[in-house]
Design a protein around this ligand. Structure first.
Ligand code: HMG
Length: 440
């Protein structure tokens, strides 16, 4: 079977930076370590006042097409995944295509365009759609462009304010891909939930504590469903575990849950028996509550073991490095996690061609998906081409007062009085109602 997967990737971060320990903590009267250790974030990226989901998505897609020498004729499908859309009729992909047509020869009139919505998981759902389109043989030799773009902002004063972010990830999905091959096996955990929603409103209504529980419950279901098609998983099966990362503290919990699940009935559980006992079995408890409590005790002990910590440090920690600096990007988040992990492997000089990734995507509302990917031979060149470190370093550090102004500008419900720009756009799409490259 011809391999299908992610051929190329580009990342565009919003050009402003809110330092959480230096800038947000004093105003919120919080211990800086609440952000840097508890939540696990150093900073959030914000879009400058001339950036929005269209310009960030178009700038990521432009970089990808330019670097790979592509023209619109090479692309048969453009899907944008976002939960920050401003148009209930026209998909964001049409706006992005309009931007790209200004700078590339030809047009995208032949391309099928759409917008995917299911909170943060829609980036992965768009990948799945592109994969299925190619597998079905409907692509006529063309690739699909998937763009995950969001401004993940919360109301000021909301607990979620600590976990904001903004940016876009563009991915090219092709046959014989350079980066990773997607597998046919997927597992889902999906249920109607109301802990995080945006019913015709710019900022989400969130029950933060419950959202953490729902994330874990759906992820566990997805892992079990994945195993029902792919067979039992084992921690050593995967070189990296990129998970949806609203903030690294969330992934610390998810990783523990996944590990606990994967070591059940394995030699690792045996080895750890003296240190932490055996994993409790549900049938040994009178009630679900007792069982859940026992599992909590077990994972508390598990995370104190060298065995778990070594697995976490090699498989999970590398996936959190970019997110730590930029915050939650909603639909782009799990795709940043994958890029972050691969980048860390490249920097460590590891050759992971042929190794597998366990990818855990999640969207509020709520749905989790677990699937496996296999690293392809061209991964090193693809990851070496990323400029995300330079972009992160070049962001303009904003004060709290500036943050409030920028936040107001990106709150569509509110007319901002002051729309000053903090950085200067250079050879890029800018928001002026339509998005034009270099024209202002
Ligand atoms: P909170 O309730 O203020 O935080 O906000 P907390 O009290 O739970 O503290 C967080 C952690 O910091 C805890 O550690 C504290 O102990 C620790 P944990 O128990 O988790 O290991 N802590 C400290 N550590 C060091 N030094 C200190 C200190 N103080 C406390 N001084 C909450 C957390 C998640 C509720 C909030 O950030 C929030 O509402 N976020 C938005 C919702 C969210 O991100 N939910 C995550 C799951 S849902 C999801 O991922 C989907 C999403 O991306 C949207 C979509 O799909 O569209 C959000």
């Amino acid at each position: 079977m011809t391999a299908v997967g992610i051929d190329a990737i580009e990342i565009h971060t919003g050009k402003l930076k809110l330092d959480l320990a230096e800038t947000l903590a004093p105003v919120k009267d919080k211990d800086p370590e609440y952000y840097t250790k508890g939540i696990g974030l150093a900073a959030s990226s914000f879009p400058d006042t001339y950036e929005d989901i269209v310009t960030m998505g178009a700038n990521a897609a432009y970089k990808l097409m330019d670097r790979r020498g592509l023209t619109p004729q090479d692309i048969g499908r453009i899907d944008v995944a976002t939960e920050s859309a401003f148009d209930n009729s026209k998909p964001v992909s049409t706006y992005v295509a309009g931007c790209l047509e200004q700078v590339f020869d030809g047009d995208f009139h032949h391309a099928n365009k759409g917008e995917r919505k299911f909170a943060c998981i829609s980036g992965t759902q768009s990948l799945d759609d592109a994969y299925n389109w190619i597998r079905a043989g409907r692509n006529r030799g063309r690739s699909a462009l998937v763009i995950a773009t969001d401004t993940a902002l919360y109301a000021r004063g909301d607990a979620g304010e600590a976990t904001q972010g903004a940016g876009a990830v563009a991915m090219l999905i092709s046959e014989e891909p350079d980066l990773v091959e997607l597998s046919t096996e997927q597992g889902y955990g999906s249920a109607d939930e109301t802990d995080f929603l945006k019913p015709n409103q710019q900022f989400p209504s969130v029950d933060g504590k419950r959202s953490v529980q729902v994330y874990l419950a759906r992820m566990r279901e997805a892992l079990e469903d994945f195993e029902s098609v792919a067979g039992d998983t084992h921690p050593d099966d995967f070189v990296l575990g990129p998970f949806h990362t609203p903030f690294p503290g969330m992934v610390r919990k998810a990783a523990l849950l996944a590990y606990r699940h994967m070591i059940r009935d394995t030699e690792i559980e045996e080895q750890l028996a003296d240190e932490v006992g055996r994993q409790p079995r549900p049938e040994a408890f009178d009630s679900d509550e007792d069982y859940v409590e026992a599992m909590g005790d077990y994972t508390d002990l598990l995370k104190g073991t060298d065995t778990y910590q070594e697995w976490y440090d090699s498989t999970i920690a590398p996936t959190l490095e970019i997110s730590r600096e930029v915050g939650n990007w909603y639909t782009g988040s799990v795709h940043i996690a994958r890029a972050s992990g691969l980048k860390a492997m490249l920097e460590a000089g590891e050759d992971i061609t042929g190794d597998r990734l366990l990818v855990g995507s999640y969207g509020s509302g709520a749905q989790a998906e677990i699937h496996a990917e296999t690293v392809r031979e061209g991964w090193k060149e693809e990851i070496a081409a990323l400029t995300i470190d330079e972009q992160i370093a070049a962001r303009r550090d904003i004060s709290f007062e500036e943050y409030e102004r920028v936040h107001d500008v990106h709150n569509h419900d509110k007319q901002a009085d002051d729309v000053e720009e903090f950085t200067s756009p250079e050879d890029e799409f800018v928001f002026d109602g339509w998005g034009r490259m270099g024209e202002r």
